[in-house]
Design a protein around this ligand. Sequence first.
Ligand SMILES: [Zn+2]
Length: 221
Amino acid sequence: MALEVAFPNPTGRCGGLDWRVPKLHERWLLEDGLELCPRVESVPCQPRRLVGLRPTIDRMKSITTWTSQDIRYIERTVELALGAEGRGDVPVGSVITLMDEVVSEGSARVMSEGYQPRRHAEQEALAGVPIELWPRAKEMTCYTSLEPCLMCYGSLLLCGIGRVVFGATDLLGGARFIFDTMPPYYADGRGMPTWVGPVLPEICDALYERVDARFRTLPCG
Ligand SMILES: [Zn+2]
């Protein structure tokens, strides 16, 4: 792949050349070693040669097929996310199901009851799972409007949740980035939930953008 590209300067012009920027799910590898993703805030205004696209799909080890039921539950996570946003929190929602029945729901409470950095939507949903159902965790699916972070991935993994379905890919903080470097106990994939998504990026990416903007204002995140 060799595509000459140029990037916009703040005025939007670059030597009269046509330019484009990466789409949300693209990550460009450039000839001089620069990696560019949509979140790069400023880039040099000069032509560069695009030499490849990061193989995100393989690296993610995610499954990109899902059911209409999966879509329905991701839509429910969107409702929960918007509810969180309505009370001043980050827009992330989560639903946990067992045998296609909802057993728990949660939404982010990082900001709406004082600053509580651990109260991600998945954590809230996990906290609501009836204790008698935990022996069946492997049969459960955790739906979330945004790909789980490292903290939530650790919880989902240690709780034994069998499947994770997410609405939007977290390009910077998604747990998939550690899949290739798991501790030896998990090296053969033992206990790691199936990773499915992004299911509704056309809706959930916008939520992700707003989550990212809010997290940038927090003491840590
Ligand atoms: Zn999280």
